[in-house]
Design a protein around this ligand. Structure first.
Ligand code: ADP
Ligand code: ASP
Ligand code: MG
Length: 824
């Protein structure tokens, strides 16, 4: 039976519970030819290296050693029966003695060699492996032999410039000798550590246990190597930095290699080589969620799910730029430069040279920056002096951001998208490199921009273009229905249209709730109740997050204060949707300002629901305008309340009574004068006038108010009571109309040609469209050059939370389709 290697990282063996979990996972797979490679308990390698550094500075380390002892022996005692715990304790104390003697020597000479570092830092793996061995041996469910294997007895390495080089022949020979061909049961092997040819302690470098696992996979001709860690697999970005990262189901060795090289800590870059050589599949899995299938890494390029598999970044990078006209066309400059760096053992992470050869730019680790500068200055001393090379410039605190994916090869546009995204996020690119394999594009940016850059690039390649972060302001009657509508439709929108609508903030005038990823809309009222005091600045800050591609704020208030903020939002790249008429019917200058900002910033400003609720009034008008029609006149009934009042008012019942009844049924505003004054209708008329190209201010409208002047200042109750005093003139108007076989209708009339607009109570013949509407309908009639003898009419329910919310929702979906259109 072929071997299978399982590797458990430091996070998987952090404490007693973790060891138990690992032991269970191993026990469930117990059988022959099972190799288990373990890391040191989380943090132990760091602690051991810390001891070495501090001993070399002469610091006394009793307390720190005691800390290691308490943690390890505490875990041992918790997990093992007393007799085997005693054995492990004895072994541990012996190791501590050796460590202490090394530390003592270091503190005498006040320096630490890499050998002493290798020796001391390797104990963490030895302790873990011994503990896991004893734990498995103590388990009744493990019926096969369990053997502890010190990798230093098998794994022989040379140290090379680019890291350790495995001496395969010797290692294979020893592997056969120690593990043996007829091995049965479980071998628990120390990760990370190895020996030099001379038999001295060595290591595979930080995070090297992954590499150990694949080396042992190769030595044992394993069928598979499974690397168990604390995430579900290799993700499309470091989950601590990119909250939207997703698990990559399958990837190629090359992709994994590039991602790891550019900072994806989940797997060590060198892990791939032995696996590639023997075509051993690697799997990354989660110890804490073992049912998840994880990531499979193989040679075969998996089907292209996405162009880019992942993004990763390394910070702590310095960029060195060598500039000078003297380098143009001179052969061997690069060779001289990199030869000198090589001799000084400075490893170069990225190189970029313009085809003009005027400058060469390369990136190194921050801690090598000074050496690199010195080496380069020395190598080009003559040229610097003679002015053929002008300067050697070092830029500190940089980061390298890389996108990786086999799918980018031969597919135009990925580099364009990468740099466009960085540009849109306001991130300056200092240097660029793209491997000839086209599998990786990397950019050097300022270190402070790293997380923002990662998120922006990740979302542009990985998220649906239609992922939208939504903030809803004003969850009143319309706003709350909108939330319910979005909740009810979201699953369908996601599955049918790949549309991910995330309501991430809801704010009332008093409170707000913010969801990191999204608010669970099923319980939004409770969330809001439990929420924090409203703070609109913070609200906007939260909703517009840099890891989601698009932000929209939906203003369902009638507030002037909120409307005044639209300009700022649009300027920040936030789309605005609103049924609030304030911004459009206020000063024309503000209206034009908003339109200008939206146009220049490529943001969208949608307000269909300001007129006729959900009826397609604004969009119909926009279509007429953009297709080149001339609007001559727009008229109609723009208020559901006033439509109702005059539908009912035929003279049989006094007008005041109808108003009182309508109010009781909730058809009017709490103060009916808000409807009767005609100002709401006038605002809508202004909006339509402006949309048709007629610049008009609200106070230029001729508005007939139905509120008797004497009652303008009265309280609501007083108004309702005394309105009856004014029934007579109304009764007279309706009687006169009836005598002419006409009806009364409260209408707006925008004469675009004549550049005027008015709002008034007028009479219409029984066959006029305005005379024939049902209860609270709105009706809008467009007379245009194309629709002249027979005007275009939009008619239907024009008030009520359901249809208004639906109008806003339609704007939201319209926005989404515009956005995805812009993306690709
Ligand atoms: P282990 O102790 O198991 O070796 P590490 O801490 O070395 O675990 O690596 C796992 C961690 O790598 C994850 O917890 C995650 O934070 C980080 N990481 C960075 N980039 C990625 C990525 N692209 N995918 C998954 N994890 C990543
Ligand atoms: N324990 C070692 C380290 O911390 C190796 C590993 O965990 O992979 O670097
Ligand atoms: Mg690791």
């Amino acid at each position: 039976m072929a071997w299978v290697v399982h590797k458990f990282g430091g996070t998987s063996v952090a404490d007693a519970d973790c060891f138990r979990r690992v032991a269970q996972l191993v026990a469930a797979r117990a059988g022959d030819n099972l190799a288990v490679v373990v890391s040191a308990m989380r943090g132990v390698t760091d602690q051991l290296l810390g001891l070495v550094e501090r001993a070399a500075q002469g610091v006394a380390l009793g307390a720190e050693i005691e800390e290691l002892r308490t943690r390890y022996l505490g875990t041992v005692i918790e997990l093992l029966p007393a007799p085997s715990a005693a054995v492990l304790r004895e072994q541990f104390e012996k190791d501590i003695e050796s460590i202490e003697s090394v530390l003592k020597a270091l503190s005498l000479v006040r320096s630490a060699s890499h050998r002493s570092r290798d020796l001391v830092s390797g104990f963490g793996e030895i302790w873990s492996a011994r503990l896991l061995t004893a734990l498995l041996q103590s388990m009744a469910s493990v019926r096969v032999p369990v053997q502890f294997v010190n990798a230093r007895d098998i794994l022989i390495i040379d140290s090379g410039e680019m890291g350790p080089i495995v001496v395969w022949d010797e290692s294979r020979r020893r592997c056969r000798q120690i593990i043996g061909e007829k091995f049965s049961g479980i071998a628990v092997i120390t990760g990370f550590i190895a020996s030099s040819r001379e038999g001295l302690p060595s290591t595979l470098g930080r995070n090297g246990s992954d590499y150990s696992a694949s080396i042992f996979g190769a030595l044992l001709d394993a069928a598979e190597v499974e690397i168990w860690t604390d995430v579900d697999g290799v993700m499309s970005g470091d989950p601590r930095r990119v909250p939207e990262a997703k698990v990559i189901g399958a990837m190629s060795y090359n992709e994994a290699m590039e991602l790891a090289y550019f900072g994806a800590k989940v797997i060590h870059p060198q892990t791939m080589a032995p696996a590639v050589a023997q075509n051993i599949p690697l799997r990354i899995r989660n110890t804490f969620n073992p049912d998840h299938p994880g990531t499979t890494i193989t040679a075969a390029a998996p089907a292209r799910e996405t162009i880019v598999k992942g993004v990763s970044a390394i910070d702590g990078v310095a960029v060195i730029n060598l500039e000078g006209a003297g380098m143009i066309g001179v052969p061997g400059t690069a060779d001289r430069l990199f030869g000198a760096l090589r001799e000084a053992a400075v490893s170069v992470m990225l190189i970029s040279q313009g085809s003009s050869e005027h400058s060469i730019c390369f990136a190194v680790r921050e801690d090598a920056a000074d050496t690199a500068r010195r080496v380069v200055e020395r190598a080009f001393a003559v040229e610097l002096e003679q002015g053929q090379v002008q300067r050697v410039e070092v830029t500190h605190d940089c980061a390298i951001l890389a996108v990786v994916g086999d799918g980018m090869a031969g597919l135009p546009g990925s580099a364009g998208r990468f740099f466009r995204t960085l540009g849109n996020a306001g991130i300056n690119v200092r240097a660029i490199a793209q491997g000839a394999s086209e599998r990786n594009i990397s950019a050097v940016i300022a270190g402070k921009d790293m997380t923002r850059g990662l998120r922006a690039v990740h979302s542009s390649f990985y998220l649906s273009a239609k992922t939208v972060s939504i903030g809803i302001i004003g969850p009143g009657s319309v706003g709350s229905v909108l939330i319910e509508q979005i909740a009810a439709a979201s699953e369908r929108l996601r599955s049918q249209f790949n549309l991910d609508l995330r309501v991430r903030g809801i704010a009332s005038s008093r409170k707000m709730c913010l969801g990191p990823s999204r608010i669970d809309l099923a319980g939004w009222r409770k969330e809001l109740e439990r929420g924090e005091p409203a703070d609109i600045e913070r609200f906007v800050e939260h909703v517009q997050t840099d890891y989601l591609p698009h932000t929209v704020l939906i203003d369902c208030t009638a507030s002037q204060d909120v409307a005044n903020r639209y300009a700022g939002w649009l300027e920040r790249g936030i789309h605005v949707i609103t049924p609030n008429k304030r911004a459009h019917s206020g000063p024309a200058a503000y209206y034009h300002e908003l339109k200008r900002i939206a146009r220049s910033g490529n943001t969208h400003f949608l307000y269909e629901a300001t007129v006729g609720a959900g009826l397609p009034v604004i969009n119909t008008l926009k279509d007429l305008v953009v297709t080149g029609d001339d609007i001559e006149r727009i008229s109609g009934i723009f208020s559901g309340t006033l439509a109702y009042l005059f539908n009912v008012f035929d003279g049989t019942q006094p007008f005041s009574e109808i108003v009182r009844e309508a109010r009781a049924r909730g058809y009017t505003e709490p103060d009916p004068r808000d409807d009767l004054s005609g100002m709401d209708v006038a605002r809508k008329a202004v909006i339509l006038a402006r949309e048709a190209g007629l610049d008009i201010e609200l106070d230029q409208l001729d508005v007939e108010s139905l509120v008797p002047e004497k009652l303008a200042k009265a309280s609501v109750d007083e108004f309702l009571e005394r309105l009856a005093d004014f029934d007579a003139p109304m009764a007279e108007r309706v009687a006169r109309a009836r005598a002419e076989h006409k009806v009364l209708r409260y209408v707006a009339d925008v004469d675009v040609r004549g550049r005027s607009a008015r709002v008034r109570l007028d009479t219409f013949g029984a066959d006029h469209p305005f005379a024939n509407i049902s209860l609270t309908d709105n009706i809008v009639q467009f007379v245009t050059r194309r629709y002249s003898a027979n005007p275009l009419i939009v008619r239907g329910p024009g008030a009520g939370p359901d249809v208004t919310a639906a109008g806003i929702f339609a704007d939201l979906l319209r926005l989404c389709s515009m956005l995805s259109g812009n993306e690709d």
